[in-house]
Design a protein around this ligand. Structure first.
Ligand SMILES: Cc1cc2nc3c(=O)[nH]c(=O)nc-3n(C[C@H](O)[C@H](O)[C@H](O)COP(=O)(O)OP(=O)(O)OC[C@H]3O[C@@H](n4cnc5c(N)ncnc54)[C@H](O)[C@@H]3O)c2cc1C
Length: 337
């Protein structure tokens, strides 16, 4: 099938699934103005602005909500003193539903596997074989969890080693558990676990924490919270399930062992940028290099926002702001074409 015909075919798919009859104008056109990849705060904020500016847009996302969907309580999403991650994701979906129609089309539960330059724009292909083309692209694909890379971590994943306290925490009620990582995610995880676990030991490789002092103090206030700094995990021990964690005390060089039943790893994130390799410039850890003034990448016509970029700080509000900034620039760029 020729690209144009194939594109109309895909649009018809989308019309049937997501938007009903209202997408006729999109079916007859050759390209979208914009593809947004990602349904976290960056992608959703950009889609809301794209709708207001009447840019014909398709938002492609595996899931709507973003990384903090697993958070019990987000206390710094401006305008909401406390909101659960699931509630925030629902609010994003509701906002997308309010703007979707003949201008903004949603292609959710779709994973982009390749993004290429074509004549007049870009072509994104998804894992299910769908293709979307547009004059401009905003990559807002965020990041995923970094795995614990020590012997035993793979073997005992889901048998005591876990990456989601909200999902698995209650299974460890009354047990001794360890959290690896001293950032906000590590301390937030510890705080969640303190509600059910017998004790929580947090291991951190440095002497200082990246986490906000207020979160650290909140965790320290619990009697059953223990903190070990300047220590490196070396092995997850177990038989059928986890029974312990070995670590090296970096001050003394001594190898020590903790008898615990659960390991919650909060080691930061890896950017979701595989599909963009070769199209835009990435840094050493595969984050997309973006101009902080306007979120432009090294490739004309491609913008990037949020945690998939080399932005210094990773927060919901920042990701949303970057998405909006990108959209303002994309709008002016498209109008000039
Ligand atoms: C446990 C935890 C708690 C947090 N708590 C807070 C907090 O309290 N406050 C705060 O401000 N920040 C918090 N953060 C950080 C915040 O969640 C991130 O900074 C923010 O989500 C980044 O937004 P984003 O839109 O750039 O990307 P993400 O939120 O990572 O969203 C990426 C989106 O892209 C989609 N996607 C990824 N790859 C593809 C692909 N190939 N094709 C299609 N779609 C794709 C995903 O499905 C998702 O929709 C927390 C993070 C974690 C992990």
């Amino acid at each position: 099938m020729r690209l144009g015909a194939r594109f109309r075919h895909f649009c018809a798919d989308i019309r049937n699934k997501d938007t009903g009859a209202a997408t006729r104008s999109v079916i007859l056109s050759d390209m979208y103005d914009l593809i947004i990849i990602g349904g976290g705060p960056a992608g959703v904020a950009a889609a809301v602005y794209a709708a207001r500016k009447r840019l014909k847009t398709v938002l492609i996302a595996e899931e709507v909500g973003g990384q903090s969907v697993v958070s019990e309580g987000i206390e710094n999403w401006i305008g909401t003193p406390n909101i659960g991650g699931v509630e925030l994701a629902k609010a994003f979906s509701a906002h997308l539903d309010a703007v979707k129609g003949d201008v903004v089309i949603l292609a959710t539960h779709e994973r982009v596997v390749s993004l290429k330059k074509i004549a007049g724009g870009f072509l994104a292909a998804t894992k299910t074989g769908k293709e979307f083309s547009a004059r401009a692209v905003l990559i807002a694909s965020g990041a995923g969890r970094r795995k614990l890379d020590v012997p035993g971590a793979d073997k005992f994943e889901n048998k005591g080693v876990t990456y989601c306290a909200s999902c698995d925490g209650p299974l460890f009620g009354g047990m001794d558990v360890v959290v690896v990582g001293g950032g906000n995610a590590g301390f937030e995880t510890a705080l969640q676990l303190l509600a059910y676990a017998k004790s929580v030991t947090l291991i951190h490789r440095h002497k200082d924490f990246k986490a906000d002092p207020v979160t650290v103090e909140r965790a320290r206030a619990h009697e059953n919270m223990h903190i070990i700094t300047h220590a490196e995990p070396t092995e997850v021990m177990g038989e059928q399930f986890v029974t312990g964690l070995k670590y090296t005390d970096k001050d003394s060089g001594e190898v020590k062992e903790l008898a615990i039943s659960g390991v919650f790893a909060e080691l930061g994130v890896i950017p979701n940028t595989d599909f963009a390799e070769g199209l835009v410039e990435l840094d050493a850890i595969k984050r997309i290099k973006a101009d902080p003034h306007n979120q432009r990448t090294s490739t004309l016509g491609v913008w990037a926002a949020g945690d998939c970029t080399d932005e210094l700080y990773h927060q919901n509000n920042i990701a949303a702001g970057d998405g909006v900034k990108a959209l303002e620039d994309i709008y002016l760029w498209i109008k000039k074409q």
